[in-house]
Design a binder for this molecule. Structure first.
Ligand code: AMP
Length: 196
């Protein structure tokens, strides 16, 4: 596989956020994805940062795959201008399909859905289900309190250091896309041992 043709799954808000810095960042990331010939894989909606990101990649001539459950598509929040829209049964099937389609993952600011998706794909890396790079686009230092908490979980002995060190945390989309395109998720597999 040509590294520059990685399909990158982006998890982000179905809201725009209060500050325009988040929408601007979604546009910047979209330009980097299209400019590096990466395909965007995302949740298929036309609302919030999700819609802004997809619209930017398309406007820049890039390819966008959306994955959306039937009931959300019926609520008319599905984007109707994507390169491909995959309909699926439910949210679980959606996350599985998004991960199967993708060779790398990025979380940018969002709410519960975004956080859930990030933690799930990170858990799957820990279990050896995939070895694709995972990045956090830390716009406006949005994720700092979460990173602080994760460091607490490491020092408290609930997350192994090896499971956090491979996360790519970046404030510049150019750096983030470059690192995602060059990397893989390297981790020690979580097998129970005497420390557990
Ligand atoms: P949130 O961060 O809560 O706004 O949820 C957005 C993220 O979760 C996206 O990456 C989607 O894949 C997924 N998601 C959860 N709920 C929705 C929804 N109602 N519409 C679109 N995407 C959603």
């Amino acid at each position: 596989m040509l590294q520059s043709h990685r399909k990158i799954c982006v998890y982000c808000g179905s809201s725009r956020g209060e500050d325009s810095v988040y929408a601007d960042a979604a546009k910047e990331l979209g330009k980097e994805i299209a400019g590096n010939s990466n395909t965007l894989v995302y949740g298929g909606a036309r609302i919030g940062l999700m819609g802004i990101l997809a619209d930017t990649v398309l406007a820049e001539g890039g390819r966008v795959f959306g994955v959306i459950p039937n009931n959300l598509a019926e609520l008319e929040i599905a984007h109707d201008g994507l390169s491909e829209l995959f309909l699926c049964e439910d949210m679980h099937a959606r996350k599985k399909k998004m991960s199967e389609l993708s060779d790398g993952f990025i979380a940018m600011p969002g709410g519960l859905g975004t956080l859930e998706e990030l933690f799930e794909i990170w858990t799957w890396a820990q279990l050896g289900i995939h070895s694709n790079p995972i990045g956090i686009f830390n716009v406006n230092r949005y994720f700092d309190p979460m990173i602080f908490f994760i460091e607490k979980a490491v020092s408290a002995g609930f997350i192994r250091p090896g499971h956090t060190s491979s996360l790519i945390i970046e404030e510049q989309p150019k750096n983030l896309i470059r690192l995602i395109n060059s990397g893989k998720y390297e981790t020690v597999k979580k097998v129970p041992d005497e420390r557990d």
